[in-house]
Ligand binder design. Structure first.
Ligand code: 9UX
Length: 71
């Protein structure tokens, strides 16, 4: 019943960035889990309900990273 979306995250330069971004995304309401890949700059997000894209993008940007939506 859950859905999945992929976002592009720029500005992550170390493994701790990955943890930070996963934590940031994981706190967004509706998000079940987030997996960030440092090598590909992609964040895979599993969520319930309506896609929380706007909230995720705001939270990630506030954290100091650039984020864009992927197809
Ligand atoms: Mo690593 Mo990322 O020292 O915001 S945590 S660069």
């Amino acid at each position: 019943k859950g859905s999945r979306l992929t976002l592009d995250v720029e500005g992550m330069t170390c493994a701790s960035c990955v943890s930070r971004v996963e934590k940031i995304i994981g706190k967004v309401p509706g998000v079940q889990s987030a997996q960030v890949n440092l090598a590909t700059n992609k964040a895979t997000v599993d969520y319930d309900g309506a896609a929380p894209i706007q909230a995720i993008m705001q939270a990630v940007e506030k954290g100091g990273y650039k984020v864009s939506q992927q197809d």
